[in-house]
Design a protein around this ligand. Structure first.
Ligand code: SF4
Ligand code: SF4
Length: 381
């Protein structure tokens, strides 16, 4: 239910003011823009950089950009990028060291010189994904300084979904399609005839102060109804669903299920699913030196549990087969994560389904594992 006492209207023609205020306050605005046939996240300078009039068709292993018949600015769903590329960059320097003239070695920790980010257009599932990564990178025992610094400073502007892709299943994971909290400002885009505006709800002091500098008016009952209809439409269009009741026990019980053998035949172990997933957090550390040997650097890079090296321990890899790697990924995401972090590692964004080159769909895999148990029950009377 949208609360009328803190709901406002920003007209489409005034949205540039949001960018101007964010930039004037020293943020780097990042958000959706069209590049090379997909909607990616990149630096935005103005409203003109948004994917106006674009949408996409998504399905297992399929993504096609296409034109809309209106001028919606956020009329699409998730693309291959997620906000983790800003908070937990694909590659980041940890430290560098130099030999000194007296034969010693100086070491300097890398400093983050990045301006604070303003994330424009965060979807509800991705807001939950950020909260999942917070548990990994901002836990009280081992906080990650790069992630924590960027996260603390980031401004989060949500855009509630008014449509869902065929690969979306946030309703099954209780993560969307409407954001309830955890943002600075939330927007719901409304297009009705010639009217084009955003229903705006500040969610923090920062959000209220931002809104104060953008032309706005109080929302009326009809605007709130329009925003609620928008959410309802996204719920009705939800392309996939997954039954997560007793999911942890289901997957733990099915360590030996034959379905993993089928996945061994299909999965390419390319790791696309882990790169596209907004919650996957694995990384490796690489040391590099220059040719003189006087200068060394240590870098952190995204890694994937689908690589052979990922589980390498003395004497070989613990997960030699693709079967065991897919099972590890799915079981960690949907089951072990609950034990480890008290939350699911999946927010139902659908990226791993769209960006899997062979169209492996985790919702289908869980359903088939569940069905195989039910069939066994029937066979055993
Ligand atoms: S596992 Fe797939 S659907 Fe779930 S959060 Fe990751 S990419 Fe999205
Ligand atoms: S499930 Fe798909 S995307 Fe993931 S590693 Fe296998 S082939 Fe690649």
């Amino acid at each position: 239910m949208i609360k009328a006492d803190k709901t406002f209207i920003i007209k489409r023609c005034d949205l540039q003011a949001l960018f101007d205020v964010v930039i004037a306050r020293g943020y780097m605005p990042v958000g959706p823009t069209v590049r090379e046939g997909v909607i990616v996240y990149d630096e935005l300078r103005s409203v003109q950089d948004l994917p106006e009039g674009w949408t996409e068709d998504q399905d297992a292993g399929t993504y096609r950009l296409k034109r809309r018949d209106d001028s919606a600015l956020f009329g699409f769903n998730n693309g291959p990028h997620s906000w983790k590329k800003y908070l937990f960059p694909p590659r980041s320097k940890l430290w560098e060291g130099k030999k000194t003239d007296d034969g010693g070695f100086t070491l300097k920790e890398a400093e983050d010189t990045q301006k604070p980010f303003a994330f424009i257009g965060v979807r509800s599932c991705d807001l939950h994904a950020i909260q999942v990564q917070d548990k990994v990178f901002m836990n009280e025992h081992h906080p990650d300084p790069l992630y924590a610094g960027r996260r603390d400073q980031a401004l989060i502007i949500v855009v509630n979904c008014g449509q869902a892709a065929k690969t979306c299943f946030c309703t099954s994971m209780n993560t969307g399609p409407r954001a309830e909290s955890g943002y600075d400002l939330s927007l719901t885009e409304i297009l009705e005839g010639d009217d084009h505006y955003f229903v705006a709800e500040p969610g923090s002091a920062k959000g209220f102060s931002l809104l104060a500098e953008i032309p706005h008016t109080e929302a009326g009952g009809e605007n709130i109804t329009a925003a609620e209809k928008c959410t309802k439409r996204a719920v009705e269009q939800m392309g996939r669903k997954i039954d997560i009741s007793d999911i942890k026990e289901l997957l733990y019980r099915n360590y030996g299920n034959e379905r993993w053998d089928e996945l061994e035949k299909r999965c390419l172990a390319c790791g696309n699913c882990t790169m596209a997933c907004p919650t996957c957090f694995c990384s490796k550390v690489e040391d590099v030196t220059d040719l003189t040997g006087d200068h060394a650097e240590r870098w952190r890079e995204w890694d994937s549990c689908f690589t052979m090296d990922f589980s390498y321990i003395h004497g070989g890899s613990a997960r030699k087969t693709v079967r065991s790697r897919y099972r590890q990924w799915l079981t960690h995401k949907l089951a072990a994560w609950l034990d480890q972090f008290g939350a699911s590692g999946c927010v139902g964004c659908g990226r791993c389904i769209t960006w899997c080159p062979v169209g492996i769909d985790l919702t289908e895999e869980v359903r088939l594992i569940r069905d195989s148990e039910n069939q066994k029950d029937i066979a055993n009377g």
